[in-house]
Design a protein around this ligand. Sequence first.
Ligand SMILES: Nc1ncnc2c1ncn2[C@@H]1O[C@H](COP(=O)(O)OP(=O)(O)OP(=O)(O)O)[C@@H](O)[C@H]1O
Ligand SMILES: [Mg+2]
Length: 312
Amino acid sequence: MEYKYNKITLSINGDDLENEKNFITVDDEKLFIYPLKEEFLNSKGGNSNVFKLIDNKTNIEKAIKFSNYFRPKTKKESKRLGKRYNRFLSEIKALYEVKDKYENIIQIDFDGIIEINNKEFPYYVMEKADTDLKEYLHEHQDLDLQERFRLCRDIFHAIKNLHKEEIYHRDIKPDNVLLFLNDETFKWKIGDLGLIQYRDTDYDDIGEKIGPYGWLSPEAMNKFLTEESSLNFDCCIDNQSDIFMLGKLFWFIFNLNAPIGLIKESDFKTEFSNSSMLFDLISQMLCYSKSIRATTPDIEYYIDHIAKELYI
Ligand SMILES: Nc1ncnc2c1ncn2[C@@H]1O[C@H](COP(=O)(O)OP(=O)(O)OP(=O)(O)O)[C@@H](O)[C@H]1O
Ligand SMILES: [Mg+2]
């Protein structure tokens, strides 16, 4: 399938990807668009299309994320697309706010608009990761304990820093964690700020499902299941909801599955001799009630202790 754009011709399904047909023009320079991986001749993303972007002169590789939703021009379009389009703009805004401030959050380079059939689709360009956590852990099941723990620590810092900026991520899951490999050094960064919310703002619909199934916090599930009926359950998705999702992610990092239901230490498999401490941390992050769920200082305390045990 081929779309004609103002400045870009994009063959989304992989045809013609070799012939440098797909590009954007920035400051009179052509930047070419390719699939992220050769073995996956398509774009990635649910609400967007993510591709690799190459400057042929410098050979620098970036990632480009196009919104699937264009700028609404009519009331009808606004009703149908406005929220999703605005979420993409919020993602860009938040990425500029944290740019160059925190090392474990993906760095935006620039943003722009492409026109397709008279419709304006926003996009942004960011540093390109080598892979995401889901792909990586499936391919590297032998990753050692220290590295898994460092990964938990890096992503915890990223989320903590977003919270410092009064931003909640709300979409914490393995495919939104990106890996940068550099001469044997690892850096994990949080990406996909497409569902963020600023503190004290609420643009969500009543009863809207916010976040991915399987990773939702109790509050997100309450919102989805009960908010319309005003049953007085906690439906407020906030920083503590990110902690819940992070607890699931920590478990995934060690076990490669996601915890559902009443978790027991016997279900938690690690080679760590003091795995009880890690299990305690995760189970406190996964408390149903926010009032007893682990807080950021609690997690910092555990992380310091576990790091010492692991000689990190
Ligand atoms: N900077 C990047 N470098 C390399 N790969 C990336 C980058 N950003 C995103 N990806 C890949 O593209 C996928 C989709 O990106 P992202 O999650 O930002 O889009 P999305 O449309 O919000 O996706 P979804 O709704 O499916 O979570 C990621 O899971 C990751 O595999
Ligand atoms: Mg994503």
